[in-house]
Write a protein that binds this ligand. Structure first.
Ligand SMILES: Cc1ncc(COP(=O)(O)O)c(C=O)c1O
Length: 385
């Protein structure tokens, strides 16, 4: 694939561009990041590090041994099964770049996080969408059908990306579904399974299973960005067999050398304090979903809560002038809401064709902004009906 072909269509994501064009007085329910403070333990670690005399050296290419150990302890694995990266997205980039050949096919969820397609394309690969089950859950039969359609010759799927709880739906994957998918991928020689689990610890009621509970053959990516409330630290990691991580580590070293040193110090403190930090983050999250139930218009509050994460995935109201799910209706409604209703959300089509007719609202931001955003949406949808 030529550089021009790889770059074609690689514009600012619709998530970001939609937000960039918003009127400045808008409430933004667009970006997926926690609106509660960075946990104290991380702030103290950063302050302590800043006041310690000494140099700010690069540190080892593999990252700080204490962070590697903290990740490995949580995952119950060896440190050579951990690759530290600048956020989980860099882990995904490194893994795809190291393991995909030009023209390879990567199966990605639809609707799904748009970076999967972007990063696959940068690796010279092509993304093929696989459909999700009801309400966005992982559906092994639908994935199997996609693998079958792609066949076993040229054009066969080389990598499958899972995401649970998923962005944008918040839907999870049952342990049984993960088992079936792991077996399915084992039957396809040379197929690599990558499971993006950045929202797994940010569950609402039930802990969510990891791919690592059913197999150690695939690669799992995680970060401190969501459940540990620290997206700005840009610290993530991949867990997997050392033989798969070693080439990816070289890609990451070539790009970044290693994650920023102060960030690694703060991330170590966060991970070591997980027993306090994670329940506090889940409590913040629950308060936000309660606000949606208490203060959202009925068409939003009746949608129920997802397994995890802070996304409300909503079909646009039929009153938006188009039937629910009609092509383009999500984007038109979201643009209208942004330009006339004072709230920025993300059109569902940003997440793939199956997202059309939907919008994604992030409820993760500050509570007062969420309440005001919901009030504005209620007024806007009443006006539009
Ligand atoms: C599903 C999913 N995966 C990965 C990422 C990237 O997160 P980070 O690079 O901060 O770990 C995001 C960010 O929004 C996401 O929603």
């Amino acid at each position: 694939m030529t550089a021009t072909a790889r770059m074609r269509g690689l514009d600012t994501s619709l998530i970001r561009s939609f937000a960039l064009d918003a009127p400045s007085a808008n409430i933004s329910l667009a970006l997926g990041e926690p609106g509660w403070p960075l946990p104290l333990v991380a702030r103290l670690a950063l302050g302590d590090w800043a006041h310690r005399p000494g140099s700010c050296t690069y540190g080892p290419n593999a990252g700080l041994p204490e962070l590697q150990a903290a990740v490995a302890d949580r995952a119950g694995c060896r440190t050579d099964e951990v690759m530290l990266t600048a956020g989980s997205q860099a882990a995904l980039y490194a893994v795809m770049t190291a393991h995909l050949d030009p023209g390879d096919v990567v199966a990605v969820p639809d609707p799904g996080f748009p970076a999967y397609r972007t990063v696959a394309r940068l690796a010279g690969a092509t993304a093929v969408a696989y459909p999700m089950g009801s309400a966005g859950t992982l559906d092994p039969a639908a994935l199997a059908a996609t693998l079958e359609q792609c066949g076993t010759g040229p054009g066969a799927v080389r990598m499958v990306v899972l995401n649970h709880p998923g962005n944008p739906t918040g839907a999870g994957a049952s342990r049984a579904a993960l088992e079936q998918v792991a077996e399915l991928c084992e039957r396809h020689a040379g197929l690599l399974l990558v499971s993006d689990e950045v929202y797994r610890e940010l569950y609402l009621e039930r802990p969510q299973p990891s791919l690592r509970e059913v197999t150690h053959e695939g690669i799992v990516t995680e970060s401190v960005s969501k459940a540990w409330s620290a997206p700005g630290l840009r610290v993530g990691w991949a867990l997997g067999p050392p033989g798969l991580l070693s080439p990816a580590r070289l890609v990451h070293n070539a790009m970044n050398t290693a994650p920023a040193r102060p960030s690694q110090v703060a991330a170590t403190a966060l991970l070591r304090a997980s027993d306090d930090v994670l329940p506090a983050a889940r409590a913040e999250l629950r308060a936000r979903w309660q606000t949606v139930r208490d203060q959202g218009p009925a068409w939003l509050s009746s949608l129920g809560t997802p397994e995890g994460g802070f996304y409300l995935w909503a079909p646009v109201p039929a009153a938006a002038g188009a039937s629910v799910g009609a092509s383009g209706s999500g984007q038109a409604w979201a643009r209208d809401l942004r330009d006339r209703g004072g709230v920025t959300v993300v059109p569902g089509s940003a997440f793939g064709p199956a997202g059309d007719g939907h919008v994604r609202l992030s409820v993760g931001g500050p509570l007062d902004e969420l309440a005001e955003g919901l009030r504005r949406i209620a007024a806007f949808s009443q006006e539009a009906s």
